[in-house]
Design a protein around this ligand. Structure first.
Ligand code: DMJ
Length: 471
């Protein structure tokens, strides 16, 4: 197979990476280098079995009460559609495919693949949010294909991605429009957020690799470049870009959403494809963020929001989604900062039964009281554990798993919470799709010694989809 320009067929090994850094990677000081990943030394067989049983119990409830709708509403026992009302894309099944594989739930996996093959049809006259379709559906179909080798999943994935491409190709800057009509290719939403512009290169690049068609990777890289090229002299970027004019429509530099995974995918594009441009762009931003946005509050590390041109602070509010950044820092060589940042979130957790969506880091008051069954805190623990194998990350994950069970478990699975500050926390009525792809996969891979996962050499997307490391 020939590979598109710009994609290295085999990802550079960590040895090659370390050699490159040692040869002149000034941004990485000694002591910050990623270590080779070893097989896990700690296992929690009882917890692992519990995670698997809880996952399957919830997945079966989805099949019984909500299928073929996208998501389960476990309290009312109903289902709802995520992308286009009335047009289910089997989201929960697609999000679950590679999790079922690593959990060795082969009957459920086989049935899920069959349902995708028979029911999925993306010829829908409706607008979808490009970002959500990429990370959930394109990513889920890809990792499902990589897990099973089933060609129909790859065919569906390619068909869907081809329907998304107009959002990139019609944009004068290359940064995608926010919405696209899957049937007509009509686009909408010229003001787009950085996470939505820049979180697609690992899905599109993997598709380019599998099909030999470089258009997907090229579209993604152009979108990332459209953002990076508009950085300020401080090497910071805003939050929202007009994709037609290329002008910033706000001035906030933040690691919170809706920027968060823009940074993640610069690193990931290097990790998965060995693209040195993306590593350089990641380093440039990360050094600027550590210099300009790292703040100490009561001896704890947090990241504030600043004006992207002046560096003047505009907010200290923390989104729970930003807790993923601890793992990203750790993975990319900033291990001390990553550990410190996750410890800050651990301290906040002393105030709540489970993390709220938003937090004031000075008072530890909740600024957004809900909890959407988020995976980020454990995602970071997982990534830190892969780099240093310290048992404390397993302990952290075990603690958070028990907290989730205490607060969010219901008869038909797990639900989001509408208020974590009440006693008991107030429950909502939704099992978010990513819970199947992220939360329960991280727990399983940490607590079990999963036979179908390569702990030494792997890549998981922002949605937890495994694009490298399935065996
Ligand atoms: C997931 O869909 C992905 O992790 C995304 O990058 C942002 N966060 C949600 C889950 O909270």
């Amino acid at each position: 197979m020939s590979y598109p320009t710009g994609i290295v067929p085999t990802p550079l090994s960590r040895r090659a990476f370390l050699g490159g850094v040692a040869a002149g990677g000034a941004a990485f000081a000694a002591g910050r280098l990623p270590v080779a990943i070893a097989a896990p030394a700690v296992t929690q067989p009882r917890l692992a079995e519990d995670v698997r049983a809880e996952f399957l119990r919830t997945y079966e409830a989805y099949l019984e009460l909500a299928f073929p709708h996208d998501e389960l509403r476990p309290v009312s026992g109903t289902g709802s559609d995520f992308f286009v009302p009335g047009h289910p894309f089997l989201l929960t099944t697609v999000e679950s495919l590679d999790t079922l594989y690593v959990m060795e739930a082969d009957r459920e996996l086989r049935d899920g693949v069959r349902e995708c093959r028979q029911r999925l049809d993306f010829d829908v006259d409706g607008f979808v949010q490009v970002f959500e379709v990429v990370i959930r559906m394109v990513g889920g179909l890809l990792s499902g294909h990589l897990a099973t080798g089933d060609p129909s999943l790859l065919r569906l994935c390619r068909d869907l991605t081809d329907r998304l491409l107009p959002a990139f190709e019609k944009s004068p800057t290359g940064a995608p429009y926010r919405f696209v009509n899957l049937r007509t290719g009509e686009v909408r939403g010229s003001e787009n957020f950085l996470a939505e512009i820049g979180t697609n290169i690992t899905e599109f690049g993997t598709l380019s690799r599998l099909t030999g068609d470089g258009r997907y990777y090229a579209a993604s890289k152009r979108a990332l470049g459209a953002v990076f090229d508009r950085r300020s002299p401080l090497d910071l970027v805003g939050t929202t870009l007009n994709v037609e004019t290329g002008a910033w429509t706000d001035r906030d530099s933040t690691i919170n959403p809706p920027v968060d995974s823009y940074y993640e995918y610069l690193w990931d594009g290097w990790d998965l494809f060995g693209d040195a441009d993306l590593l350089a762009w990641y380093r440039t931003h990360t050094e600027a963020i550590l210099r300009r946005q790292a703040i100490e509050i009561d001896g704890r590390l947090w990241f504030n929001t600043v004006d992207y041109e002046t560096g003047v602070e505009t907010s200290r509010e923390q989104s729970e989604l930003a807790s993923f950044y601890a793992g990203l820092l750790g993975q990319s060589g900033y291990r001390r900062e990553g550990r410190r940042y996750l410890r800050s979130w651990g301290a906040a957790l002393r105030r709540f039964p489970i993390l709220p969506e938003g937090l004031d880091p000075e008072t530890f008051a909740a600024t957004q009281v809900g909890n959407q069954l988020r995976p980020e805190y454990v995602d970071s623990a997982f990534n830190l554990w892969l780099t240093d194998q310290q048992g404390r990350w397993i302990d952290l994950a075990a603690d958070y798993y028990e907290r989730m069970k205490r607060t969010s478990r219901v008869e038909n699975g797990y639900t989001i919470l509408t208020d974590v500050t009440t006693v008991p926390p107030q429950q909502g009525d939704l099992t978010s799709g990513y819970w199947y792809s992220e939360n329960m996969k991280y727990y399983w891979l940490m607590f079990a010694r999963a036979r179908r996962f390569d702990y030494r050499n792997n890549y998981l997307s922002t949605e937890g989809n495994i694009f490298r490391g399935l065996r």
